[in-house]
Ligand binder design. Sequence first.
Ligand code: HDE
Length: 690
Amino acid sequence: MSYAQPQGDGGETHQTANDEVETLTTQQGIPVSDDQNTLRIGARGPSLIEDFHFREKIFHFDHERIPERVVHARGFGVHGYFELTKSLADVTRADLFQRVGDQTPVFVRFSTVAGSKGSADLARDVRGFAVKFYTQEGNWDLVGNNIPVFFIQDAIKFPDLIHAAKPEPDRGFPQAQTAHDNFWDFVSLSPESFHMIMWIMSDRAIPRSFRFMEGFGVHSFRFVNAEGKSTFVKFHWKPKLGLQSVLWNEAVKINGADPDFHRRDLWDAIKGGDFPEWELGLQLFDEEFADTFEFDILDSTKIIPEEQIPVQIVGRLVLDRTVDNFFAETEQVAFCTQNIVPGIDFSDDPLLQGRNFSYLDTQLKRLGSPNFTHIPVNAPRCPMAHFQQDGHMAMKNPKGRVNYEPNSWGSLGGPRENPERGFTSFPEEVAGPKTRLRSESFADHYSQARQFLISQTPIERKHIGDALVFELSKCERPDVRSRVVSHLLNIDVALATRVADGLRLEMPDPAKAARPTRQELPPSAPLSILARPKSFTGRKLGILVTDGADAKLLKALIQAVEKIGAVYEIVAPHIGGVVLDDGAMQSAAQKIDGGPSVLYDAVAILTSETGAADLVADAAARDFASDAFAHCKFIGFTESALPLLEKAGVADALDEACIRLASVKDAAAFIAACAELRYWPRELTVDLDA
Ligand code: HDE
């Protein structure tokens, strides 16, 4: 006996014979009559291989996956534009840097480095900040990170670094973390990595949002102007909303509560019309500076402090459009450091030179064909004319009879080279023996690590110490822990002592330095996050409400949040919402279990007496309050919420960042106070390690 498979609930989306709904077809365009049942003999018999619709559907599904990126697998891409605010015609002939006001479309992909595609967003890791500029003279890819230095000086060590950081090969874990023996074993045997270690143990490696982090081109590049003169350049992206990070304890919890925290944040901001913006800053310098600077400008483990070469702002990057399809754009976008345009050139940084081989090579592996430039997100948006042809998936072969050069077909002969317009390499003079030497000028591994450390505020330094203790406590081998501390001794004795104490480790001798550490470098203010101005604009308030909460106060809070360009989310005991004291229904965005306070920059707790009594009995509500307190957040609360704060164990410790919301007037003052983002003195009272 057979029966007709029901077509759903009869709603419009399930109807088949409806003129307004498109007819399902195969990939060959053949209309499909039944997408519920395979073709078979009778109702209970074997399936038939002639069922071409079934076979096509399953065949395509079987081939849906492509290899994930070997690094930076987890990423999130969006569209936007770059607008020039200062002409750079004097230093570069790059077309996008000529005319003030010109806009160049861009695609930007943010990423973590070590984790797989499905890993969590808040891993302690470097963030990729890759920008593809679709310029009038071809695509320029500025493939940067949110940290201005790198672990290694020579590309030949990259596979070792990444093998050491990724899951250990015998067991396949840990996922998306450096807190394991192999990573620390490798870096402790590679002293050049210790400047970068300071950065990744700092809060830079756990950003609050892609929107609140800087970007860096890392290497020195060259600009070349119309006269052929070269100027070195380092690229910086500075977020308009300022910098902000989360706390490690918060990061761990965010990963459970919302593994997509960063991508959701960017998605929501763009969909809400709050387009994130960065300034493009340049450090420009000449050969003379390069020759006299105390470090090598070709060494990617070093920065040039902004005090020595100030950052000039020349443009802005605005991200204003999400992708239509994640796979088509974010997955298939192919960044290549070798993609540069006339007016921009490479330096001899050995890391950059190695990257120029790796990126093109890896795209072929990942995307499967040299024609990956035919994929829309990768295709230049300027005219193209060349004789490259055929290959897998060729979609845009050149037209006409002639596919070679030189030829004698005159105007029918296709494109020709153009010495004036075309890309020319800067004719740098180089000579010397072929060798595998590392330059002596790369040998100071600790001075800038120390400079970074002493540029941090005390609380940021504490976080670096905490992070090192955490990571090394996950290493099983005491000799690895000890070797790391031996390097820290060359950076800062107080830090080394703090870490050794935190590990209960006997202090080792300092590591033998390849070159003595230079005299003390001065602190550099831009290296700190917390020393900068702060703001609540673009941030998110979590408002925990119960039945009977003060409707006027809630309205005033929402108005204050919106006035400064922040957003809010209502958290309630039930997703269906609450009934406020004026009888109105207030819907909720999160049930309390799904909206822990770690997801917000500040929280407000608006209850009635009976509502508070319900919250007291709820573990998730108690965690909401105690975590907000432990994470040094600003907390606004009504008097009725005090029993919850008591039960959460924080009522005795309320400080000036715990603000009573006694009347409507207090709402604006509370939101104004939130601009500080965190009340750091509290950390010293809630964290024993302090
Ligand atoms: Fe990458 N890197 N990298 N990298 N990198 C890749 O290319 C590589 C380095 C960076 O969102 C891969 O398309 C080598 C520094 C970003 O799609 C691969 C070396 C910096 C992204 C590769 C480095 C970066 C990548 C993997 C040492 C900051 C993601 C997939 C010499 C300036 C781009 C891919 C995206 C991706 C190689 C070091 C940034 C394998 C060999 C330094 C943001 O080609």
